[in-house]
Design a protein around this ligand. Structure first.
Ligand code: GLU
Length: 307
């Protein structure tokens, strides 16, 4: 993952909906290594769009766990360090409203009263959560549909996707080609209750914060194409993407905040930071066994690798 000679800006963007687990730590460490090995900046953005699930106590624990591992951020966090804040998405509504306004001007947005996807829109759509392709029930005539949602009822704002293939090369997963109309469908930008959708917020934030590389779990690989669609409509530069292999539990299922065994709460009781870094390095293929390693040695190992 070598991005020499550019002003690299990486980020870690956790949702404060629980204590971090090994999968979140893998993302944090790899995004940190990628940005810092290139002499770049690393931003900590708190993705607290979902008012029901996000808690500032969890954001504090995330910060504490990152510091315990030695991962210090150059910008962001709860205290809003840096010039591109606020770094908590819950405080960035005006910025998202302006972007939405620009998207509305393209004529590709429409009001939608379908409920379930609306509720889920603030969360990053991890693949194992299941994905339903929207059938276009509320699409208006100008976008090829038949619906007419009255102006005076609460409605979400949805973005029509054109029948085009989006291509990009992921640094880890290689060349990708996705037809959004077939694989994603029209997606939500703002929920009927006013909450902002993950897809819009993440693009606006990464662009406004000058992020040049997005390193995260590969269950968000498909989301990258929705995000590239938005980058293009908003005329923002598209960052590089690197989607990491997921960490699974003993049943082979993607780790969730409910998997206690690999939560930071448990791991910090029985393991040192070096042991956790060794486990992460082994999972990322940087070492063949999970032997303890310091962050400095891990950085040297990473620089020597072809990642
Ligand atoms: N906030 C998302 C999550 O914790 C990550 C989003 C991203 O990295 O784009 O799952």
């Amino acid at each position: 993952m070598n991005s020499n000679e550019r002003n690299v800006v990486g980020r870690f963007a956790p949702s404060p909906s629980g204590r971090m687990h090994l999968g979140n730590i893998l993302t944090a460490v790899m995004s940190w290594l990628s940005a810092k090995s290139a002499g770049g900046k690393w931003i900590l953005r708190i993705e607290d769009l979902d008012p029901q699930r996000s808690k500032v106590e969890y954001a504090r624990m995330i910060e504490d766990d990152l510091r315990w591992l030695g991962l210090e951020w150059d910008e962001g966090g709860i205290s809003d360090k840096g010039d591109n804040g606020p770094y908590r998405q819950s405080l960035r509504g005006d910025i998202y409203a302006e972007a939405l306004h620009r998207l509305e001007k393209t004529g590709l947005t429409y009001r939608c009263v379908c409920r379930r996807a609306d509720i889920l829109a603030t969360r990053a759509p991890h693949e194992s959560d299941g994905r339903v392709i929207y059938k276009g029930t509320c699409r208006p005539c100008r976008l090829g549909g038949h619906a007419c949602v009255p102006d005076d009822i609460p409605a979400a704002t949805r973005l029509y996707v054109t029948d085009d293939t989006i291509s990009f090369t992921d640094r880890i997963c290689g060349p990708q080609q996705v037809n959004l109309a077939l694989h994603c469908g029209d997606f939500i930008l703002q929920r009927a209750d006013g909450a902002w959708a993950y897809q819009l917020a993440v693009v606006v934030d990464d662009a406004m914060m000058g992020v040049t590389e997005v390193v995260r779990g590969n269950d968000l690989l498909l989301s990258a194409t929705q995000q590239i669609y938005l980058y293009r409509l908003l005329d923002f530069p598209v960052p590089e993407f690197a989607h990491l292999p997921l960490v699974c539990n003993s049943q082979g299922i993607r780790l969730s905040k409910r998997d206690q065994a690999m939560s930071m709460e448990n791991m910090r009781e029985t393991m040192t930071p070096e042991q956790i870094l060794g486990t992460v390095a082994c999972h990322a293929g940087l070492m063949s066994s999970p032997t303890p390693i310091s962050l400095t040695d891990l950085m040297s190992l990473y620089k020597k690798s072809s990642m």
